[in-house]
Ligand binder design. Sequence first.
Ligand SMILES: [Zn+2]
Length: 311
Amino acid sequence: MTGAKRGDILQNSMTYGLFTGAFVMHYGAEKIGILVIPAGPGNTERQINLMRDFGTTMLHITPSYALYVASVIYDKGIDPRRDLKLKRAYLGAEPYSEETRKKIEDMLGIDIYNCYGLTEMNGPGVGFECKYKEGLHIWEDNFLMEVINPETGEPIPDGEIGELVLTTLNREAMPLIRYRTRDLTKIISEPCKCGRTHRRISRILGRSDDMFIVKGVNIFPQQIEQVLMSIKGVAQNYQIVLESYDEMTVKVEIDRELFDGKIERLIRMKDEIVDKIRSATMVKPKVELLEPGTLPISEGKAKRVIDNRTI
Ligand SMILES: [Zn+2]
């Protein structure tokens, strides 16, 4: 847990359940002298009250829920820099873009680190970003990592994108050999500035089973997220709706102030989103601009793609 030290207070807003990653973070944090609040996901009012009452300094949370919590903090008129003691957050459990990280960092005035793991491999204890945030160091003394071509199963060279495959090295009761994670990434084998010798992986770029096809083009939801989060005025929530194989609709919530009657501005914004998604994905989307609170809220892992197509 990069930057964490004795005396910190961790609000663990991940799902607590049998064998879930929330427990790994919980007991790991306690081991280094951190007070853990086992908040679990959801009940956002309570999350914010806990932050205020306990003086939470760190959050363990999914990126989509962090965006939502940040927006509620603002709606309640709370200034996170003045009224809360948050310093950093550890985000994981779903892929997200660098633009989303920056957005949450700016909104809450905190430092965000990526952590990586999967329930089958001890939850978040597989890899972590160091302070340089240039990829996640995999604990190579515990896991043997490979990246393969998801279609052929063949290993591919370091630096090329493929599916991460992990083998446990120290597990006794339930070893896993060449476990396919479905997570897409690449191995960064160059030494890191921090001096650690464990190799890194890039942030998770998507899941091999997340990809969808429109007009014959392969698209990952993250390509769209990256565009949306870089546009000023876009709020926290969006959804991609697929009704046919030739068309995608991107529903996106934008800041409330933009619905002030100036139609010109809305049209410009819509055009900008259409153009940028088209250049990122090669497919021209339909875009619907919505007021905040219109789309379903994510209190854990977000469902970004609604695929209503039947074959
Ligand atoms: Zn490093």
